[in-house]
Design a protein around this ligand. Structure first.
Ligand SMILES: NC(=O)c1ccc[n+]([C@@H]2O[C@H](COP(=O)([O-])OP(=O)(O)OC[C@H]3O[C@@H](n4cnc5c(N)ncnc54)[C@H](O)[C@@H]3O)[C@@H](O)[C@H]2O)c1
Ligand SMILES: O=C(CO)[C@@H](O)[C@H](O)[C@H](O)[C@H](O)COP(=O)(O)O
Ligand SMILES: [Zn+2]
Length: 411
């Protein structure tokens, strides 16, 4: 018989005192964001080869949760693709927009996984749709059997540059934006801008808000690309109908993803709550939910960025010329710089208070420094926000008047 002393355990433990055990483990994470034009063209093998983790070669059937609008427009082609490659694909079309980004929708995905009898390790769920669909499916997959692999195919601009590239999943709860959620990377995301051909202008602008966010805090070059090409990229739906527009579309999307991943990779689990990618997301979670369905996610982010740019000007971190340049680009990108929800009594204070709870008791508010830089502040006051809001209201009115007179002269 072995004596107690002969057992070797990996954990540290002292028998001399009341025992405590400290467990330390590191979870290695690897996921891939793969640019793939015309992913569902029959001769494309990108999705099949993908990467070792996300290859479709394991097993011959797949559960596909697809945004109902995307299914209506692209469903036949996507079904044809799977048939062509001998994969038995079970399609579950789901309505997916902000008003149904809720627990019940996640449960519908869980029901679909149960019904399919998903083989937990070898049959990744495939999510095809905008940011809402990706967030819901990612959330459901991450809690199903404590984690089931999934693959993302974003079909909106926000999906391509933001919701599809990070590790956050979630649904709204009550008035709380993404109040229920997990950190759960997909095996891979396939970025195919061909989907943007069928996206309307408003949702293209909506995605450009998140790209503008990356530009304002990290890259004057990206900002200037948006200044020069933004409107034309919307008209062209990022389809690259000329060489110049093709290069611009590729650069804008790739640079935005790259800048985002540069921030995410070293801080995937948000152990550091000073995140510059939270720019535009201090007041907007509350504004978006208060105004729902009037403001889309990117529009609420744009209003927040306009407000905090005005605040930056009042605090001396950006010049008035830079503020005007930012607001002008927003308008050119089809984004709002103002929404009346900003005037709802108490809303900005409540928004900041909720964000402070989200950021472990401090504001950690990213503010622009010039265009393309940022710093974090913790001393914003309600008076300061109200002054910024008043300034923004005035400047937004001036912009509207100028736009109206330009339109009149043009007609
Ligand atoms: N997880 C993250 O890190 C992250 C990051 C950014 C945003 N988000 C979330 O993303 C959501 C916003 O996503 P969104 O802007 O993609 O909105 P969305 O998913 O609601 O899609 C917008 C609309 O476009 C339709 N649609 C989708 N693809 C289409 C296509 N190719 N052609 C025509 N119509 C199409 C959809 O049916 C929907 O009606 C928000 O809930 C936001 O919180 C998440
Ligand atoms: O909107 C999102 C994620 O939902 C992204 O654009 C953004 O970069 C950040 O993740 C946001 O700051 C949101 O973070 P959180 O409030 O959901 O924690
Ligand atoms: Zn966002």
């Amino acid at each position: 018989m072995r004596s107690a002393a002969s057992f070797k355990l990996g954990l540290s433990h002292s028998a001399a005192t009341d025992s405590t055990w400290k467990v330390e483990a590191v979870k290695q994470v690897e996921y891939h964001v793969i640019a793939a034009r015309n992913l569902f063209a029959k001769d494309s093998t990108r999705l099949l080869d993908g990467c070792s983790a996300a290859s479709l070669h394991r097993g011959d059937r797949r559960l596909i949760i697809i945004d109902a609008n995307v299914d209506r427009i692209h469903g036949d082609r996507i079904r044809g693709y799977f048939e062509h490659h001998g994969i038995r694909a079970s399609f579950v079309p789901m309505r997916a927009d902000e008003t149904v980004k809720e627990w019940g929708s996640a449960v519908r995905v869980v029901d679909a996984m149960n019904g399919f009898g998903i083989d937990r390790r070898r049959e990744p769920v495939i999510a095809i749709g905008g940011g809402v669909l990706l967030d819901i499916v990612g959330f459901a997959a991450s809690v199903y059997r404590r984690g089931t692999p999934y693959i993302r195919v974003p079909t909106t601009l926000i999906g391509l540059v933001d919701a599809g590239v990070g590790v956050k999943t979630g649904v709204n709860y009550g008035m709380g934006k993404n109040r229920l959620g997990t950190y759960a990377p997909a095996l891979a995301t396939f970025v195919d801008r061909a989907f943007l051909r069928t996206l309307d202008n408003r949702h293209l602008s909506n995605g450009l808000a998140e790209i503008l966010k990356m530009a304002l805090i990290k890259s004057l070059d990206l900002f200037e690309l948006l200044e020069i090409f933004g409107e034309r990229l919307i008209d062209d739906r990022f389809q690259g109908s000329s060489d110049e527009l093709d290069t611009a579309a590729t650069q804008v999307i790739a640079e935005s993803i790259h800048l985002m991943l540069e921030e995410l990779q070293p801080n995937l689990w948000e152990s550091c709550l000073e995140r510059c990618v939270d720019y535009g997301h201090t007041f907007s979670p509350t504004l978006e939910m208060e105004a729902l369905p009037e403001l889309l996610h990117g529009e609420a982010v744009a209003v927040d960025m306009a407000l905090t740019s005005a605040l930056g000007y009042l605090r001396g971190s950006i010049s008035e010329a830079e503020l005007d340049r930012v607001l002008t680009v927003m308008r050119h990108l089809g984004l709002p710089t103002w929404n009346d929800v900003l005037s709802t009594p108490g809303v900005l204070g409540a928004a900041l208070a909720d964000t402070v709870r989200h950021r472990d008791g401090r504001q950690r508010l990213p503010l622009p420094v010039g265009i393309g830089g940022h710093h974090f502040v913790n001393d914003v006051t309600i008076d300061g926000i109200n002054s910024a809001s008043a300034l923004l209201n005035r400047k937004s009115d001036e912009l509207r008047v100028r736009e109206t007179s330009v339109t009149k002269v043009a007609s």
